[in-house]
Design a protein around this ligand. Sequence first.
Ligand code: LLP
Length: 424
Amino acid sequence: GAPFFHYDGAQLMAESVSVSELAARFGTPLYVYSRAALKAAWESYAQPLTNRNALVCFGMKANSNLAVLQQFAQWGSGFDIVSGGELARALKAGARPDTIVFSGVGKQDWEIEAALQAGVKCFNVESTDELERISLIASQLGCTAPVSLRVNPDVDAKTHPYISTGLKDNKFGIAIEIAAEVYQRAAVLPGIRIVGVDCHIGSQITQIEPYLDALERLLNLLDTLAGLGIRLEHLDIGGGLGIRYQDETPIAPALLLDAVFAMLESRGYDYLQLVLEPGRSLVGNAGILVTRVQYLKHHESKNFAIVDAAMNDLLRPTLYDAWHGVLPVLCPTDASHTAQSRVYDIVGPICESGDWLARDRQLRLQQNDLLAIESAGAYGFVMSGQYNTRPRCAEVMVDGDQTYLIRPRETVEQLFASEQMLPV
Ligand code: LLP
């Protein structure tokens, strides 16, 4: 890919900015994003969609920093949200309400109300109960809720079971066998306007076939609906395109989109607006997590590098057994570095054996070295927590030779500022 994070001589750069200078200025652990990388990922969708009736709704759960959302909103992106919190963030960042789709299996009353009041593009409805609830609330508010049913097409996205969502035994969506019935119910409910159909089959998908299988099943459903006099305005194929972490071969969005448009045309559904909900593929490789080596431990059968980032900062390795690349920020030279090359586990300071970021990596390390954990732009900071009373990281955005602090490091005092002790 384009060298947004690259070596200039022996030192790692984020665009034109030295990563070690960022670490010195903002401290570690530190999330660093490249605006140019975000733009390039955005263009990989926008280019093939030129002159198409389509809307990209960034799956903002992948990275919801306001600065990131603001860029996507400026480039014309819509947003796929899954909570009232994400709605508030998207609106704050300048999203147009009529480009927001609201997904999620557990929408609460206040979230439904807020979305109706904001005027979102649609609710991706995941159950009959939810449909009835939305109808009731919309009726009470005297408005009409645009709805799309999230159908579970029962296809295997061939990805990690934790992030596979389109199989029958999954909590997501409405089983495709009963979808037509639910549409008929929606058609007669007050306060409901049917606008679309939606599916999302999983994440980190590296094959086209599961998408086309799902699309075919959706189009068969649309045939049935047409027979029932139910006509839709849009079709949402969800997100899920994978990125390269290690040696995966990701699908270029253009390739998937060509195949999707070809199928829509051949089936006579090219009048529908195509909606997409990519998350990871828009942000994943636009971010790194920079961390500093605190201590080295050389055991008989294992070497550990204890760094200042931990599972609370990047949960993916321990949660999914996910592989992230690890790069030295300053490549060791014989002059700077006397350390020998060893196989290390990169671990954090948290009191859990599961607190690791990478395993079995061949590195030359000494204390205070900086490391960059790659592909940390998606499901990185957003999944971070404060376990062990660890303040969450700072986030910075690099743009050419400029750097913007887009979230300061939390302070220890902030972590318990709102807690109350009992009266003495
Ligand atoms: N739309 C819906 C309804 C979703 O549930 C998701 C992600 C997306 C879109 C965006 O999918 P993406 O393009 O990012 O694959 N935390 C996990 C990934 C969880 C994905 C959940 N749903 C990870 O770190 O791998």
